[in-house]
Design a protein around this ligand. Sequence first.
Ligand SMILES: [Zn+2]
Length: 457
Amino acid sequence: MHSIPKSPGVYVLVFYLSRKTAITFDRKGAQHKFLPGWYLYVGSACGPGGLDRRLARHKRQLVDGKRMHWNVDYFRERALLCEIWYSENADSDVEHQWAKALIELPGASVPAAKFGASDCRAKCPSHFFHVPERPSTAVFRKALATRICSIEVFVEFIKEPRRTKKAACGLQREYFDGRRFLEVRRRVAAESKSPLSEWCSLAKNCLARRLAEQIVKQTKTTFPKIKRAIQFATAVETLIESCGESVLPVLFDPVTPQSREAILSLSRTSDVRQRHRINGVIEGRFRSIAPQSDDTVFDTVKFGEVPSRLARARGSLEKLQHRVDVTCDCSLLAESKQLSRLSRLAATRLQNCLNGRVDVSTAVPGYLGKETVISILKSSNVQGRTVGMARLALRLIVKNLWDFEEMTHRGLLPTDNDMQAVECEVERIQRAARQIEQQGEIQNDLLRKEQSHVTAA
Ligand SMILES: [Zn+2]
């Protein structure tokens, strides 16, 4: 387990420098001052012994009898080698693609021109980069994916920098603790040629549990802590997968960091909503990435959400119906009646879409469009819990309709059970809504009679 392949490949050495350091990195004796932070050196190993021999060399130092040869050998003497990222690959072009992906990491800069790239024919500014915050392989993989090269990047952890009080906010630290597990798991699963899905459960005696327990021992933490960190890191990497390199600076912004709960809850929504919230924070439209009920973006991860939203809407309408039965507040009645009617129409429309009676592209008629419905939901002539139930029901039902086209596009289709559940809920929604609407009529009639009595008298 955990052996570096002897085949050719490309690699990144991840260094940490705790303070500003002057380093002479060649035999000519010119000094260069390096800022504190993280450094990434990309190289490739094509000679005999492949990655295994080259990386073993990088791990050794002068005291181990290493002869100084490359620029990076001098740097390695003064900085802490924390991680090695590598990928088996015989294509010599990959090294330069990696260099170009590294420069896209948040805050990346070139500390010394042409460092490690003196013989580079691909015009890379350097093969050596500085980033202010600890780099994440998930972000790097995302950058590689956009360049359409292999993202089978594995990590070997060498040494951890000593933790200082000021270093990173608590959540950032939690992410990197959890990320350690995710990276080790990725490597072990690949080495044992078993699918990642077999490594998900942290229940006793499962593969992932044993791995987590090893990490507990290595990092001197506790199992509940690492479990929490794994859950958190998984959420963060889901967001990176959807939104790319801008995620970490948003989540761990030192001035306005996001809360753990907001990060977890956003990670459970659709990629569209994730991008909507993250970009909204970047563009200054909102401060928190936490999903909001008035986000009207596509937000369905699986079809099962449709019947479950409908069930909540139906429950809400049924409760409303009982309240409307006993109320004699006319404006509340009128408002509830309008909202119930729209709910009923939206539910019927959804059913028609699912039965193929309405074309996908025309699923949402104007009167159920986002702007119309949002303005109805926001207009608060009547307030209070009762009418709140009606608003909730409408929002839950119409959401399915708004998402319908994109769901079809993504192939999120109902099973037979889903279809039955939807049909049943739609029927109950229609029944409850009709009764509310009729109740409105009865009350209106009474009111009209009352008024005619008054005028008659
Ligand atoms: Zn290059």
